[in-house]
Write a new protein. Structure first.
Ligand SMILES: Nc1ncnc2c1ncn2[C@@H]1O[C@H](COP(=O)(O)OP(=O)(O)OP(=O)(O)O)[C@@H](O)[C@H]1O
Length: 321
């Protein structure tokens, strides 16, 4: 359903807290990206990277300090009355009176929503139809998250903002939420997701951006973001054999190798040419009759890419470059 048309356009966006000068803080530093209609776009980053500060600008909750944001071609802050009815926002902890039931909460929220879908339908979408008469305070944490999602869906939004939608959900409820989000996306809803679960981004996102210190450090499809990271090969050398016995590693395309401490001759190789390195290694093993125990080869995961890009693993990964 991605039509190529941009529904969110962000250009050199800035957000600063506090006064100009050293006393203030630049949380969002000239970031640019587009989100296309029908696409699921994930915003990732470590704590404090600037995700919430960015999303709040997209939702029209605050004006940017600089740059430009457009949703449906409109200014979400200056033209909030036009933009707000077309977006759905799943808040972290909706903050509703906990004495109300799930259905009463949704009914109250529907009263503030233009063209709201029936409350029963919204609760059914998130699998809470059987819990409609339960008070919010008696819902589990995961059920409350799903109620937050039901409220965001009441207005049949064209653009849905999901902030950590599966935090506190058990694996089954998480997968149900993923299915629902996919169905919404397949039905044409544009979704902007912030999450700390990298497997969630990998499972759902058409494209993603990784924020670090207020900037976008990487952007693209999950495959594109991962592609730049080296793959990993692990095995154990049999007794009496050493890394120095392997063919020249640089000729096999190995960027870096390490011998894992205390792990019985475990060797780890990093390569951007997995097939070439692996072929060379296996040919050598056949020629010498060596058994590479526990041989394991894998392409980088989004988590590895994230750790490298967002900084936590930067020093080590820079050595690969
Ligand atoms: N109202 C505020 N006043 C001053 N600084 C703020 C304010 N809100 C956020 N910040 C700072 O801006 C930076 C970005 O915060 P933000 O909440 O956008 O990050 P985030 O990526 O959403 O983090 P998290 O994953 O922890 O939710 C942080 O350093 C934070 O301390």
């Amino acid at each position: 359903m991605n039509t190529g048309e941009s529904v969110i356009e962000v250009s050199r966006l800035r957000r600063r807290y506090g006064p100009a000068g050293a006393a203030g803080f630049d949380a969002v530093r000239e970031i640019s990206f587009d989100v296309r209609r029908g696409e699921l776009f994930a915003l990732l980053g470590t704590n404090g990277a600037g995700k919430t500060s960015t999303v709040e600008l997209l939702e029209g909750l605050a004006p940017p300090t600089g740059g430009r944001v457009r949703v449906f071609g409109r200014d979400p802050y200056g033209e909030r009355a036009v933009v707000r009815p077309r977006i759905g926002v799943m808040l972290q902890e909706g903050g509703f009176p906990s004495g109300l039931t799930a259905a009463e909460t949704a009914t109250m929220w529907a009263g503030c929503t233009t063209g709201a879908r029936p409350v029963g339908e919204a609760l059914e979408l998130v699998g809470l139809d059987g819990r409609r008469d339960v008070r919010v305070k008696q819902l589990s944490g995961g059920e409350r998250r799903r109620l937050d999602l039901a409220l965001a869906l009441l207005g049949r939004p064209e653009v849905l903002f999901l902030d950590e939608p599966t935090t506190g959900l058990d694996p089954q409820a998480r997968h149900l939420t993923w299915e629902l989000v996919r169905e919404l996306r397949d039905g044409g809803t544009t979704v902007v997701l912030t999450t700390h679960y990298l497997e969630e981004a990998e499972a759902l996102a058409d494209r993603l951006a990784i924020m670090s210190e207020g900037r976008i450090a990487a952007e693209g499809t999950p495959g594109e973001v991962i592609a730049g990271r080296p793959s990993r090969i692990r095995f154990a050398m049999p007794p009496g054999w050493f890394v120095g016995d392997l063919p020249p590693l640089a000729e096999l395309g190995v960027l870096r190798h390490s011998e894992l401490p205390g792990a019985g001759g475990q060797v780890e190789l990093r390569t951007r040419e997995l097939q070439r390195t692996l072929t060379g290694l296996l040919l050598w093993a056949r020629e010498t009759g060596v058994e590479l125990e526990g041989l394991d080869a894998r392409t980088a995961s989004l988590e590895e890419a994230f750790l490298a890009i967002a900084g936590a693993g930067s020093a080590r990964e820079e050595a690969d470059a």
